[in-house]
Unconditional design. Structure first.
Length: 274
């Protein structure tokens, strides 16, 4: 047992029935791995209290266990199971969150892989119901709850691109904020398109010439660079930031060009990614 890990949690072990949202990730912890699953609610077996809110489950595994039934495969999306767990101490909660908001537990043991719980079954049924946003400008967007993002397709000039709006799925005001940000850019599509192409060309044309593997190739100018790239995806956040992804026309051997900025401050960076 890694005492450094478990000393952050209360000594009391509680038996709970929990609804798994998904296994989210793994991070190094000393010579082990700290696994993370997110949850959508739990029921306390001792008194029957129902607590429907987002939470976190953490547990440690050895390197060789990370991809096993003890690691990534320990829980499944939508699983309702009965576990023994310990609550994260209030003093270990991140400074920008309350213990109730962070709602983190460590897994002591899995007592029942498939538990019956009508309250949590209702929560899951509601969670997987499609949520669709119809917009006269942006078209049909469908909520991906796993990533807190509305997804759809949109015509940017003559090209159909992926459109993603990052939101807080539980706060509808963020839906409007992000949708309005996207529509604000669309209203000035020609200006933004020209600006993003020009900014990318100034930042990356020199690099594009370095990537040419034919010494007799015609040099790429900023004008040629700006014409060759094509927008494929736009992502907006409700905090006014956007990321645009352009296809590179093989100038960077198939890597994407990522353009980042905000509606208020303008374009801030252009890099190759992927």
């Amino acid at each position: 047992m890694n005492e450094k890990f478990y000393e952050r949690y209360a000594c009391e072990e509680q038996e709970v029935i929990v609804l798994i949202q998904k296994v989210l990730g793994a991070s190094p912890f000393d010579d082990q791995w700290n696994m993370l699953a997110t949850t959508l609610g739990m029921v306390f077996c001792a008194d029957g209290k129902v607590d429907i809110k987002n939470g976190r489950l953490n547990w440690l595994v050895a390197e060789e266990e990370r991809n096993s039934e003890k690691g990534w495969n320990r829980f499944q999306k939508g699983q309702i199971c009965r576990i023994k767990a310990r609550k994260l101490l209030d003093t270990c909660t991140p400074e920008n969150m309350t213990p109730e908001e962070f709602n983190a537990w460590c897994v002591v043991d899995v007592l029942e892989q498939k538990a019956v719980c009508p309250q949590l079954e209702e929560v899951w049924a509601a969670y997987i119901q499609p949520v669709v946003m119809e917009d006269e400008v942006l078209g049909t967007l469908t909520l991906n709850r796993d990533f807190d993002m509305f997804e759809g397709y949109f015509h940017w000039k003559e090209t159909e691109i992926s459109l993603m709006l990052e939101v807080d799925a539980d706060d509808k005001s963020t839906w409007e904020d992000t949708r309005n940000a996207a529509k604000s850019m669309v209203a000035e599509m020609e200006t933004w398109d020209r600006s993003m192409r020009t900014f990318s060309a100034k930042a990356l044309t020199s690099l594009a010439n370095e990537w040419q593997d034919d010494e007799n190739a015609v040099p790429i100018t900023e004008e040629i660079f700006a014409e060759r790239i094509s927008l494929s995806e736009l992502t907006f956040s409700f905090e006014d930031y956007f990321t645009a992804y352009y296809e590179d026309d093989d100038m960077f051997w198939g890597h994407a060009i990522e353009v980042c900025g905000s509606l208020e401050q303008g374009i801030e960076s252009a890099n190759i990614v992927g």
